[in-house]
Design a protein around this ligand. Structure first.
Ligand code: ZN
Ligand code: ZN
Length: 215
């Protein structure tokens, strides 16, 4: 656990995660942050408990024939936050290592220009999760967002115009956010970035190369 975390997952996103209503790519980011953060873990546990209590209270209500099977299916499909350390020795948090099945040193990075590298995770298609490697002092091109963007710092730190994000911090940006994140502290920043929709790059050049970068 990291005590210095200042930027957390919002309650509505934790609730959506608890009820299994987040796209897979966002669930990975939430599970990874929760594995690093005591505050969000305890909030999530209380949401999970409320969900369980609601299920119990409803047990006397007449249910359709397949309600039990449907509930079981729903429980099985709910995201799980592993408590035990993963078998793979890794410098990444357990939920992420479990998901990608490898450690940071084994990532196949794809260069996307200016020294920035990415590795796209295999998930369902409503949202895209990627690992990003940003060299020190390098900025992610200035962009705004069509949908939600989550950026979880795994190593190093980044800053945008207003705020500073260190290991374990998660930035939740939306259509109203227009920012230029820069890797700070003189070291590379490695983060997990999840986007709901393609980023809207403001400069024509970036828009032209966007399909190539798959950002
Ligand atoms: Zn948190
Ligand atoms: Zn952004």
């Amino acid at each position: 656990m990291i005590d210095s975390i200042k930027h957390h997952v919002s309650d509505d996103l934790l609730m959506a995660y608890s009820t299994g209503n987040l796209p897979e790519a966002f669930s990975i980011a939430v599970a990874t942050h929760v594995s690093m953060c005591d505050i969000c873990r305890s909030t999530l546990e209380s949401f999970n408990a409320v969900g369980g209590a609601l299920l119990e209270n409803n047990s006397t209500v007449a249910m359709s024939d397949n309600a039990f099977a449907r509930t079981l299916d729903k429980i099985k499909s709910m995201p799980v936050v592993p408590d035990k350390p993963t078998k793979i020795q890794s410098d990444l948090p357990a939920p992420l290592t479990d998901y990608i099945g490898r450690s940071l040193a084994q990532i196949n990075w794809q260069p996307i220009g200016m020294g920035v590298k990415q590795s796209i995770l295999t998930t369902s298609t409503e949202a895209t999760a990627r690992l990003l490697y940003i060299p020190p002092g390098t900025e992610v091109p200035d962009h705004s967002h069509d949908g939600i963007e989550m950026t979880l710092v795994l190593d190093g730190a980044f800053a945008d115009e207003n705020e500073y994000f260190a290991k374990g911090d998660i930035e939740i940006a939306d259509g109203s956010t227009n920012h230029t994140p820069v890797a700070t502290d003189g070291r590379p920043c490695i983060c997990l970035a999840v986007t709901e929709a393609p980023l809207k790059f403001r400069k024509v050049f970036h828009r032209l190369i966007q399909p190539l970068m798959r950002i």
